[in-house]
Design a protein around this ligand. Structure first.
Ligand code: ADQ
Length: 489
């Protein structure tokens, strides 16, 4: 495989992310079945024609035996994927612990874990050690597959230690790092015990990217205030070496959604949904069941709207589709019960024998079902307390050419900066304000809906995932060339 002949102009792109874009199920001692999970990142990179992308990451399964590892590696190679094998203990400490229990809440302004501070501080050290060890394991695999001229693109908060490990292997490697979550204010970041070490390792990259200009600015401030380095309009400078820092807002593969609406199954499903909810306006929430998505706040705002607008009670329905994630973490279990409790109470309060105001599903929907739902929705409610970007808002807009529905969007989602012109922006903590925007959205004139939709649809169609990936990678190439020129001067 390593000796294949490549077209001269196709540069290899090694995409390194915690999870490979596949789900792997073991069928026998040496046989695996694989399914590609078509997330935003996958379709973004499939669409990039100039590069030949390879994926490096964890397959999401524990494979302790060599026979299984070999078979999985072989099966994955056909999908251009290269596995990093992590054992259960590492996954527990690195992934569940440091990534999901410490970095994820901190970067979304939920602070560090506060129960039993001492125990947390103690486990914090071992989790950080596991985090670094896991990042080193990713680096070993990248290094093994790296060829001169390749571009290495590291993704997300799971791999903040990776740029440093890679540059230690080879200082000439072109390394970019992109964060999919917000980067918080430096005042938040500085509470993290390993704040400096993480910043320094990210700075080893040539190019560091964020969804918004604000996140990039927070990162530069953290480097200047915590590390005492110099921030410049280009990025961060450390003893003459520049790390370029910039904003690269992600998008979606909008054509994929638009085309889906012409598929007969989707059209049929839309028809069924319209019949099912005839005479009622459909409001929709689609989220991973995560604290940051503000699901309880959203449902409470809907309750307030029903409370204050009796005439709407039998004319509107909220469909909340919340796919459970990180189900082994107790805070996520608590969130699930909290949401169920609120939904039950509101349905008991405002439901009748034949209908309820809220349909809440704890599951994920397949792509076509999701598109049909987006297309029949009158008002989408995205009320994240913080969100790096939020692609649900983009997907909704892409599916609304016929209906021109209204998007209610949290001002704390990165998407507020790109879809703010067409959406109704809200502070999700202010339930009274969100309830009022529900009223505004339901009563909005067709002309205003059309005008707002046009703004957003235009944005979603032109700022695609493919364009995002191309821009990042070409900027990374340019950054490295500029740095070489600077050194040779
Ligand atoms: P997420 O937090 O996962 O992503 P988001 O950007 O909204 O958030 O993407 C979620 C994806 O999962 C969407 O493609 C959506 O269709 C799908 N999805 C969610 N719930 C679903 C359900 N119930 N059924 C089916 N599909 C569902 C992280 C960051 C975001 C950032 C992205 C990309 O937290 O802020 O926008 O990465 O960088």
């Amino acid at each position: 495989e390593r000796q294949e002949v490549r077209p001269y102009n196709r540069q290899r792109l090694l995409v390194v992310a915690n999870r490979l874009p596949v789900s792997a199920v073991r069928r026998g001692e040496d046989s695996w079945s694989l399914e590609i999970s078509a997330g935003g990142l996958v379709s973004a990179l499939l669409g990039v024609k100039e590069f030949e992308a390879r994926w490096i990451g964890w397959a999401g399964v524990n494979v302790p035996d060599e026979v299984g590892q070999k078979a999985l590696t072989k099966a994955l190679a056909e999908k251009r994927c290269i596995p990093v094998f992590l054992d259960e203990e590492i996954v527990h400490q690195y992934y569940n612990g440091y990534c999901n229990n410490i970095l994820w809440p901190l970067f979304h302004y939920l602070g560090l874990p506060q129960e039993d501070r001492l125990a947390t501080t103690r486990s914090f050290q071992s989790q950080f050690t596991a985090y670094k060890k896991a990042n080193q394991m990713f680096a070993d695999v990248v290094n093994e597959h790296y060829e001169e001229g390749d571009v290495v693109w590291c993704h997300d908060y799971h791999l903040m230690f990776l740029p440093k490990c890679l540059k230690e292997y080879n200082s000439k490697m072109k390394v970019g790092w992109f964060l999919h979550t917000p980067f918080p204010s430096s005042e938040i970041h500085r509470t993290l015990p390993s704040r400096s070490e993480l910043l320094r390792s990210v700075l080893a990259a040539d190019l560091v990217g964020f969804h918004t200009y604000d996140y990039a600015r927070h990162f530069v401030s953290a480097c200047t205030r915590i590390l005492g380095l110099e921030g410049t309009p280009e990025g961060v400078e450390d003893q003459g070496r520049l790390t370029r820092v910039a904003a690269f807002p992600i998008g979606i593969d909008s054509e994929r959604f638009i085309r889906a609406l012409e598929v007969p199954d989707v059209i049929q499903h839309m028809k069924e949904l319209k019949e099912r909810f005839a005479g009622r306006k459909v409001m929709l929430g689609v989220d991973r069941l995560d604290m940051i998505k503000g699901i309880p706040q959203k449902i409470l705002a809907f309750e307030k709207f029903l409370e204050e607008n009796a005439s709407w009670r039998d004319k509107v329905v909220l469909l909340q589709i919340a796919v459970p994630t990180r189900t082994d973490v107790s805070e996520y279990q608590k969130l699930t019960s909290q949401v169920h409790e609120i939904v039950g109470r509101i349905n008991g309060r405002f439901g009748t024998l034949t209908q309820v105001p809220i349909h809440h599903l704890d599951r994920s929907l397949d792509f076509y079902a999701l598109c049909a739902l987006y297309a029949v929705t009158d008002v989408a409610l995205v009320t994240s307390l913080r969100d790096g970007m939020n692609l649900v808002s983009y997907e909704f807009v892409a599916c609304q050419e016929a209906k021109k529905g209204v998007l209610i969007l949290s001002e704390f989602a990165g998407a507020a900066q790109s879809l703010g012109a067409g959406a109704i922006l809200v502070n999700p903590w202010n339930i009274t304000e969100v309830a009022a925007s529900i009223g505004q959205a339901l009563n909005m004139s067709a002309e205003e809906r059309e005008k707002r939709h046009w703004h957003n649809f235009h944005h979603v169609k032109t700022h695609t995932a493919q364009e995002w990936a191309e821009t990042f990678v070409s900027e990374l190439n340019d950054t490295v060339i500029e740095a070489q020129l600077r050194i040779s001067k």
